[in-house]
Write a protein that binds this ligand. Structure first.
Ligand code: PGA
Length: 249
């Protein structure tokens, strides 16, 4: 599968930031990258972003609630994201797990909701610094795959994002060997459970991915793209990462 380069704007951006989406779309139209391109702006911008993108890049949400509708003030369903023009949704980002108490079980329900609505579910997993120091990084990620990826996963509707929590927004990244080791382990877990679908599903790396380290990380074993926070906010940085992906086989 082609690599997927996905931007996660988190709680950043107002309508003025749509100019960055337009700039990325122009880059992609002028010099088509050899990867799929997705930007997940805050929910307030999804409809306008999708309208601006006109299919040149994909637009996604950063979270959804599992239910279709109901008395859940402030929440947004996967169906609503789809209706606004999204084609994917991030579920289980470590910031959601940390600040909103999302468990693996809740993340699994959200992934199913994404599938129900016809969205690609980008399921995030990753170990804390303490878990890595204790030698539990592989075990933690394997457990999260088992607990937060529902039965019936298909590679077309699911992307896994490995984001070591200690690397998110810190400027620190694991060594290339450590990234490859975890991605190989995730692949083995997925294949054991889902067979050929598990073999095909893309596994993104996330956590301080930026223009200066993108090329080397994106060529590692079983790295199927990247989930990018800080460096996705400016079209110039994001565009440089798209180019780095295009250079990889
Ligand atoms: P970062 O964030 O690129 O700013 O480290 C990645 C993410 O949280 O998705």
């Amino acid at each position: 599968m082609r690599q997927l380069i996905a931007g996660n704007w988190k709680m950043n951006g107002t309508s003025a930031s749509l100019a960055e989406i337009e700039a990325v779309c122009e880059m992609v139209a002028g010099d088509p990258p050899n990867c799929d391109v997705l930007i997940c702006p805050p929910a307030t911008l999804i409809a306008q972003a999708a309208w601006k993108a006109k299919g040149r890049i994909a637009i996604g949400g950063q979270n959804c609630r599992a239910e279709i509708s109901g008395a859940f003030t402030g929440d947004i369903s996967a169906e609503m994201l789809k209706d606004a023009g999204a084609s994917a949704v991030i579920v289980g980002h470590s910031e959601r797990r940390q600040y909103h108490g999302e468990t693996d079980a809740i993340v699994g329900q959200k992934a199913k909701a994404a599938w129900r609505a016809g969205l690609t579910a980008i399921v995030c997993i990753g170990e804390s610094e303490q878990q890595r120091l204790n030698g539990h990084a592989l075990h933690t990620c394997g457990n999260q795959i088992n607990e937060s990826v529902p039965d019936g996963m298909t590679a077309a509707a699911t992307v896994i994002a490995y984001e070591p929590i200690w690397a998110i927004g810190t400027g620190r990244t694991p060594t290339n060997g450590e990234i490859a080791e975890v991605h190989d382990h995730i692949r083995a877990c997925l294949t054991k459970r889902f067979g050929s679908e598990g073999q095909k599903a893309r596994i993104l790396y996330g956590g301080s991915l930026k223009p200066s380290n993108a090329a080397e990380i994106l060529r590692l074993s079983n790295v199927g793209g990247g989930l990018i926070g800080g460096a996705s906010l400016k079209a110039s940085d994001f565009g440089a990462i798209l180019k780095a992906s295009s250079r990889n086989p």
